[in-house]
Design a protein around this ligand. Structure first.
Ligand SMILES: Cc1cc2nc3c(=O)[nH]c(=O)nc-3n(C[C@H](O)[C@H](O)[C@H](O)COP(=O)(O)OP(=O)(O)OC[C@H]3O[C@@H](n4cnc5c(N)ncnc54)[C@H](O)[C@@H]3O)c2cc1C
Length: 398
């Protein structure tokens, strides 16, 4: 654990054990790091790990501790769900999501080997269900849309959905199954990335808030200047607060979630991710279930509210009544880094490299973002779709 955040068993031990294959200090006798990454969420950590693996010297500054309890990933459910989230207005994002989803199994395996942590990747598929006639019609439209887009889904009779997931209420009216939408545990992913970065020789600096980007690096809130060859902004919802950048079209969208757990000796409630209009249940391998999530424009507020908790439990209890028998471990809220078109800002702009604005899909998009941004840092053809160009909003007429 770095920077005073409470760690999980095994984590601190792994970090304090020198790896026989760990490279030497990445910055021996050098005053300038090749790459300075701002932000220790999943995007910043994955870029740092990949860039270091490609031979770059990397420093990562995180204003909180590491792992970061400020990161949206600390709250995220961990759905890898490009199919369930598909929107005909967001085809480029769908393509990026499918690309990243296809990378996830290998990414999880590689990360597991590098860190010694199992990151909770589950190829469980997603069930999308409807409670009433209106929702059933909506589910019907969603199935037809996915068929037109050529992404695999299977329409299910309510009885078939209940055979697949016996915890579903008899009252459900319609359902479809997205077999390729999976899930992962974001907290463990960040812990594993942190270990992998440490062992690879990334210079990790928890408790370092970057106040501004300047000509040849960054200025920390402490006043220290850190020189860097290239700067990557992976500061999530807080990216617009960094001085010296163009006006970034990123805003925080608050999400409240409940972390639920079965009592010892009781079986797992769910095997699949279950989604409905306005919510979802995501099972973890240890029997825990994440119930989410609200979508609220409330600035940087992360208060958990009685209304948020009530609405989540009311809806989930209607669809999966067994949820109400679980223990409530925690109610937490985090900030999704949203953009006007829900797609991330990826690429070089005004002297920095941006990797932010991943909104509801930052966990899904971690592998593809890390690979493409690393290619960009190395001067390779990163193949980033212009739909994600950071300056795309600036070019639009007012
Ligand atoms: C309720 C909820 C549910 C979600 N569910 C899913 C899901 O199921 N699937 C999915 O794919 N995504 C999900 N997400 C979205 C996902 O969590 C985010 O898209 C993802 O965490 C973004 O990663 P990031 O690294 O860009 O930003 P973050 O994870 O927010 O990390 C940014 C980091 O930068 C640090 N930082 C900020 N400013 C500075 C600075 N000036 N100097 C130094 N450090 C700084 C912050 O402290 C933070 O640690 C969910 C999010 C929420 C809130």
């Amino acid at each position: 654990m770095l920077g005073g955040a409470p760690g999980r068993s095994g984590y601190a031990g792994l970090l304090s054990t020198p790896s026989p294959s760990a490279p030497p200090d990445p910055l021996p006798g050098r005053s300038t790091t090749d790459v300075l990454v701002v932000g220790g969420g999943p995007i910043g950590l994955a870029i740092a790990w990949r860039a270091r693996a490609r031979g770059l010297t990397v420093t990562l500054c995180e204003r909180g501790g590491l792992p970061s309890y400020l990161s949206a990933a600390h709250v995220a459910a961990g759905m890898l769900a490009p199919v369930a989230e598909a929107d005909p207005q967001e085809l480029a994002l769908l393509g990026l999501g499918l690309d990243s989803a296809a990378r996830w199994a290998a990414f999880a395996g590689e990360l597991g080997e590098a860190s010694g942590l199992e990151v909770g990747y589950r190829d469980c598929g997603t069930l999308v269900v409807a409670r009433d006639r209106d929702e059933a019609e909506h589910v019907d439209r969603e199935i037809r849309l996915r068929e037109q887009l050529g992404v695999p889904v299977a329409r299910l009779l309510p009885s078939a959905a209940r055979r697949l997931e016996p915890a579903l209420a008899p009252a459900i009216r319609a359902a479809f199954h997205a077999p390729d939408d999976h899930a992962v545990d974001p907290r463990t992913v960040c812990e594993a990335l942190l270990i992998a970065c440490e062992l690879a020789g990334v210079h990790l600096r928890p408790g370092c808030e970057v106040a501004a980007v300047d000509g040849d690096g960054v200025r920390l809130a402490s006043g220290e200047h850190v020189p860097a060859g290239q700067v990557v902004i992976a500061a999530g919802a807080w990216a617009p607060r960094i001085e010296g950048l163009p006006c970034l079209p990123v805003r925080p969208v608050k999400g409240q979630v409940l972390r639920l757990a079965a009592r010892a000796g009781e079986g797992h409630l769910l095997e699949h991710v279950v989604r409905w209009d306005g919510g979802y249940l995501v099972p973890r391998g240890d029997g825990r279930v994440i119930l989410g999530a609200t979508m609220e424009d409330r600035g940087y507020d992360t208060t958990v509210t009685a209304l948020g908790v009530y609405e989540l439990l009311r809806d989930a209890g209607e669809l999966v009544p067994g949820v109400l028998e679980l223990d409530l471990e925690a109610a937490v809220a985090g900030l999704r880094p949203a953009t006007p078109d829900n797609a991330p800002l990826l690429g070089a702009w005004e002297g920095v490299t941006l990797a932010c604005g991943h909104h509801r899909n930052g966990i899904l998009l971690t592998p593809v973002t890390a690979d493409r941004i690393t290619a960009l840092l190395l001067g390779e053809d990163a193949g980033i779709d212009p739909a994600f160009a950071p300056g795309r909003f600036a070019r639009q007429p007012a």
